[in-house]
Each structure stands twice: as C-alpha cells, then as structure tokens.
Design a protein around this ligand. Sequence first.
Ligand SMILES: [Zn+2]
Length: 222
Amino acid sequence: MAGMTRALLLLLSLLAAAALAAPASQPAPPWQGLVDAQSLAKELLVELKYASTDNFMKRNVYGSLRRCYLQPEAARKLAAAARALKAIRPDLRLLALDCARPLAVQKLMWKLVVGTPAQPYVANPKTGSMHNLGCAVDLTLAARDGKPLDLGTPYDHAGPRAQPRLELAQLRSGQLSAAALANRLVLRIAMVQGGFLPLELEWWHFDCAPVAEARRRFVKVP
Ligand SMILES: [Zn+2]
C-alpha cells in the first residue's frame, strides 16, 4: 500500500511538473487574427525577455515563442511609432521586449509569483493583462546595431525608479540621469506619436487603447 502511495505521489509530482512546463501545450501562434509586428514595422528589433532566463522569474516561460504578435491595430501603431522615431532619431531603433502573452503563460507566471514579493507585478489571470489582449507592448530603445540604450533601470525593475510619474523628482535628486530621462522621452514621444498610451508606473509599457475599450474589443490570447 505504501509503495502504491509513493508511486501515486511520484506520478502526481510528475504531472505537476509537466503542468508547470506549460508552453508546449499552447496553440501555435499567431492567434485570433494577431499579426507579427515585424511584418509591418520592418526595422523593429525583438527580444522577448520571457523567452529567456533573463527575466525576474529566471526561467523561460514562453517556450518557443520568439516573435512579437499584436492586434493588427497595435502593429500598425507600432509601425507608425517606428517611423516617428526615425524622423526624430534616425540613429535609433525600437526594441520590443514583450508583446502578446498567451493566457496559458499568464497562468503559469501567476503560479510562479503568487505569495512572493513579485506577486504585485504580475496580473491575476482572472482579470488578465493588456498583453493577454495583444494590445500592449513593452519596449526600449537600441542603437542601429541593436545595443540597448540606458533608460534608467533594467526592464521589469520592481521599484519607484521605473515609474515615469516620479522621474522629474528623481532627476532633481540625481537618481535618474538626464541622459536616461532624455532616452525615455524619445521613446515616449515616438510611441505617443504612433498612437500608444504610456503608463505612469513602467517606462517600458505602452497600451494600444484605453483598458476598458481594449477589454470590450479584443479577446484574450488562449
Ligand atoms: Zn507590459
């Protein structure tokens, strides 16, 4: 009996491990009419951080997903933002760090952070995030050769230094350099000219529409 219980426990732990390795069971992209943003924004650079171990979870939760999929409207706005950037800073390119995120991945991320200090930074899959709707993009600026610029903090920095609403005070106190703030403003101007909405809490995140409107118009990527 004890042997059977052990075998059952082993089987259950294997099943749990398989469930945590979720992305393999995701439907193949693109989903529900989403488009590859690079098909419209030819010069867009893409390096999805959650498809590597270089992220706050220290693990690849995106499996083989490597491309920046967005709602067609968001992809068109991103192409417009890339053109706006080219007009003001032809020496720079947009570098996308996160785009559409499947709900299956959101559930996995939630499982990994729930009860940890990182929990406030991950949306509960019940409500979901604008990334689940394909209506948000996280990005930074890079030189023409792809080398990322300094925008004051690393991507996904969990603290007040990532918050645009505090950046003028941080500039005054010396916590944010003038060069990093200038880079943030270049990114923000290009994205706003493209039609995106910036966030007050994360310099890298931009929405393609107001949240309520996006929830009405778009469905979550499975
Ligand atoms: Zn984001």
